[in-house]
Design a protein around this ligand. Structure first.
Ligand SMILES: [Zn+2]
Length: 321
């Protein structure tokens, strides 16, 4: 059980990407962090807010008193003196995580870890397939060109990334396999182990439970919903026409095609794909209308002069690139 807690803590610290106050850890997590040894490092959170040491519920701004001591101004408890311990935090040694994941995946030690972009690393090749580690799936949806940088012809790509509350099903096109950090790896006896696919094949089943969850990349099964963490108003709901355009673009697998072909496959008679996403003056600023436009801008590329459109996130590892 403690090993399970330890692994959850590793996953939580990695996906957050920043230190967590010691005071915010549960007693089980404190025990778990002892088990993790050097993988968890003590640090001090240096910022202007601290968790109130009295109620441990609210964050209060940190002030310095006339004697040079610090206090936290909690909205419920008022002035509460801060001991140095109250700002003690823990952080994950991410080099440890990357090196142990490489061992778990049997990655050859001669090729090192490459920092691709902020929050995404190429861990190396396992059975001649590139393995990426990403702090989130959203990072890769936003920048699918990363895949082009690591793609090896004739081989798939594996992506290790934490789960997010919304993610179910298959977040990437064919040829790019997602290995959820929490589920496909375990921590035991100081090592990280990989749980191979045979034991985790039914991961797709819960998708049916929530039809709005992302199944085709960031899109739901019917393309009517889009999950984009950069959008702060929750799930994006598309009209039938918008969903048809996304479905059509998805089916072309990131290949640049003529706008007319996109519309034809979408079953729409005329116009350009982007026409359906325009926000009328009176709806400007309304998230229900701005959401689909935000998704369109984030996910669809076009060449205005050629009149062509394509969706980079629909390109699988076996795609046309
Ligand atoms: Zn308080």
């Amino acid at each position: 059980m403690a090993a399970h807690e330890a692994w959850s803590l590793v996953c939580r610290l990695f996906s957050g990407g920043s230190p967590v106050l010691r005071a915010a850890l549960s007693p089980a997590e404190v025990r778990a962090s002892a088990l993790l040894g050097a993988a968890i490092k003590p640090t001090v959170v240096n910022r202007s807010f601290a968790l109130c040491p009295y109620c441990q519920l609210r964050n209060g701004q940190i002030f310095v008193d006339d004697k040079g001591g610090q206090f936290c101004l909690c909205s419920d408890c008022g002035r509460i003196a801060l001991a140095p311990d109250d700002r003690a935090a823990v952080t994950l040694d991410e080099n440890w995580l990357r090196s142990r994941l490489r061992m778990a995946m049997d990655i050859e030690s001669r090729d090192g870890v490459t920092d691709l972009v902020d929050g995404v690393w190429r861990l190396g090749d396992a059975r001649r397939e590139p393995v990426l580690l990403s702090r989130s799936l959203a990072r890769l949806w936003a920048e699918p060109a990363i895949f082009e940088r690591v793609r090896v012809s004739g081989a798939g790509i594996r992506v290790i990334a934490p789960q997010s509350p919304q993610t179910r099903g298959v977040p990437f096109p064919l040829g790019i396999e997602w290995l959820p950090l929490e589920e496909r790896f375990t921590f035991y006896g100081g090592r990280i182990s990989y749980i191979s696919g045979a034991n985790a094949l039914n991961a797709e089943e819960p998708a049916a439970a929530d039809p709005s969850g992302p199944v085709n990349g960031p899109f739901s099964a019917d393309f009517g919903w889009v999950t984009l963490p950069g959008w702060s108003h929750g799930l994006i709901r598309c009209t039938d026409g918008q969903a048809a355009v996304f479905r059509s673009l998805w089916s072309f697998k990131a290949v640049e095609v003529d706008g007319e072909r996109v519309m034809k496959r979408a079953g729409l008679s005329s116009g350009k794909p982007n026409d359906l996403f325009k926000v009328k003056q009176r709806y400007k600023g309304d998230p229900d209308y701005e959401g689909p436009l935000y998704a369109y801008r984030a996910l669809v590329k076009s060449n205005r002069r050629e009149g062509t459109y394509w969706m980079p996130c629909a390109g699988g590892a076996s795609g046309s690139a």
